[in-house]
Design a protein around this ligand. Structure first.
Ligand code: ABU
Length: 495
């Protein structure tokens, strides 16, 4: 019946409740079927098609837009096809990214958020969400170890933006005139970060007019840590003001020695940022939180609940130790939004802390998940993911056809390894073997995507040729999925 209806029959059309209800219920059925399929191990992670195939249209699924409206039935088919040709990131065998899984409470939170369809710049139009942000920030500050007098924060669209905020705030903290006078108020600046840190530190320097060449990469030592003594080496004439320490590097999951870096930052009066986009979740585990010892000494911290905590994308925060700095640095007091003479406490109009105007509400799904799990639920989720990583690590250690990229047990849930086909296994170490080995992971990945039963990422790093990076953040993943991944790599890599 729905095929005879069009968008104009939905609410707010007069007597549109029935059609709206029917349409949304049908959509819910599609979503439920998709979720069940995503969690079914015998179903595919992806049904891969090349871009030109998808553009040309598949089995009636056309991306082209017409002048005439499609009926509701067609829109439901489009929703179904969109999911069908996408990637099931909730699948227990999706190991490709740091953000995986699908939390049903988080999903419900996202639906509620979209239904409320508000903007989180003022208390006036987002009263409940603004207070929830306040509550969550206090919770995160106390988990980090900041006192009640310290701490501020803002939700941002992703870790790169959170890191951008950290550079912006550090620069403003030392050179407040930059806000009004711009680059003329600045000496030539230098930022320090490790070779394994996220590219967003360089991007921030580029975006903020400091220049990516002003970012000095500190070499990591053999355990992939930022080297303590390298940290103070920067060219004469530049003014260092900012050090980024990473708690959970993107590829290796390595955690820099935060206390050592904090000592150096204190000694030289530098801003210490901790990019804990990936590692922040470990703070919720009594077993693993000591790995981030010293994080409380950071001036700012990036933490992405959409990674290890499994909150639906996206959900990222920048936390700032110094209260009021975000507001001072970014506020422009647009009078049409932030009228000072409103009849409520306008300190709750937090939008002027942001560099955005309109902001999506990212808080509710996190708040609802925290309600549903409690901190303990997050803790067991994090522990489960690290247990899976440990399981994979020991499996790989015991196999002759796999080689770990580094021998020590991973600190986070990243496990990096090469698959060694017989031909490579029989070659002596050297450039020729490296050339052969470099081609193995991309070849296996290509076949893996064509068949679609699992997905894992690969990359080269420094002097290491292409290797697989397996990451665990999906609570649905079990040891049997880890076994399946290794079986698949072996099967697809067979010559
Ligand atoms: N922002 C880093 C995300 C990288 C990844 O998911 O692999």
């Amino acid at each position: 019946v729905i095929c005879s209806f069009l968008r104009l029959d939905l609410l707010p059309a007069k007597n549109g409740e029935e059609v709206t209800k029917h349409f949304l219920q049908e959509l819910l059925n599609i979503l439920l079927a998709y979720i069940s399929k995503s969690l079914n191990r015998s179903s595919k992670v992806l049904d891969f098609h090349h871009p030109h195939q998808l553009k040309e249209g598949l089995e009636g699924f056309s991306l082209e837009l017409q002048d005439q409206p499609d009926n509701l039935e067609q829109l439901l088919v489009d929703c179904q096809d969109t999911l069908k040709y996408g990637v099931k990131t909730a699948h227990p065998c999706f190991f490709n990214q740091l953000s995986t899984g699908l939390d049903i409470i988080g999903l419900a939170g996202e639906w509620v958020t979209s239904t409320a369809n508000t903007n989180i710049f003022t208390y006036e139009i987002a009263p409940v969400f603004i207070l929830m942000e306040d509550i969550i920030f206090k919770k995160m500050h106390s988990i980090i170890g900041w006192s009640e007098k310290e701490g501020d924060g803002i939700f941002c669209p992703g870790g790169t933006m959170s890191n951008l905020y950290s550079v912006l705030l550090a620069r403003y903290h030392f050179f407040p005139r930059v806000k009004t006078a711009g680059m003329l108020a600045l000496p030539p600046l230098a930022l320090l970060t490790s070779t394994h840190s996220h590219f967003s530190i360089k991007k921030s320097a580029a975006v903020l007019g400091i220049g990516s060449e002003s970012v000095f990469l500190v070499k990591c030592d053999e355990s992939n840590y930022i080297g303590e003594y390298n940290l103070v080496l920067y060219p004469q004439g530049l003014v260092p003001f900012y050090v980024n320490a990473t708690a959970g590097t993107t590829v290796y999951g390595a955690i820099d020695p935060l206390n050592d870096i904090a000592d150096i930052c204190e000694r030289f009066g530098l801003w210490m940022h901790v990019d804990a986009a990936w590692g922040g979740g470990l703070l919720l585990s009594k077993r693993h939180r000591m790995k981030l010892q010293g994080i409380d000494r950071a001036s700012s911290i990036t933490w992405n609940p959409h990674k290890m905590m499994g909150v639906p994308l996206q959900c990222s925060v920048i936390l700032v130790q110094k209260k009021g700095l975000l507001q001072e640095c970014n506020q422009l007091c647009a009078e049409y939004l932030f009228q000072p003479d409103k009849h409520y406490d306008v300190s709750y109009d937090t939008g002027d802390k942001s560099i955005q105007c309109g902001r999506h509400v990212d808080i509710f799904k996190l708040w609802l998940m925290w309600k549903a799990k409690g901190s303990e639920g997050f803790e067991s989720q994090v522990n489960h993911c690290l247990e899976n990583a440990e399981y994979l690590y020991y499996k790989l250690k015991s196999r002759k056809d796999f080689q770990l990229v580094f021998q020590s047990q991973p600190e986070h849930s990243n496990v990096c390894f090469w698959y060694l086909p017989t031909s490579v296994r029989n070659m002596p170490p050297g450039p020729e073997r490296d050339r052969e080995l470099h081609m193995v992971a991309p070849k296996i990945k290509a076949k893996m995507m064509e068949e679609g039963m699992t997905m894992i990422g690969y990359q080269p790093l420094g002097d290491k040729v292409n290797f697989f990076r397996c990451v665990f953040s999906n609570p649905a993943t079990q040891k049997e999925d880890v076994d399946f991944l290794l079986d698949e790599i072996t099967r697809l890599g067979r010559e």
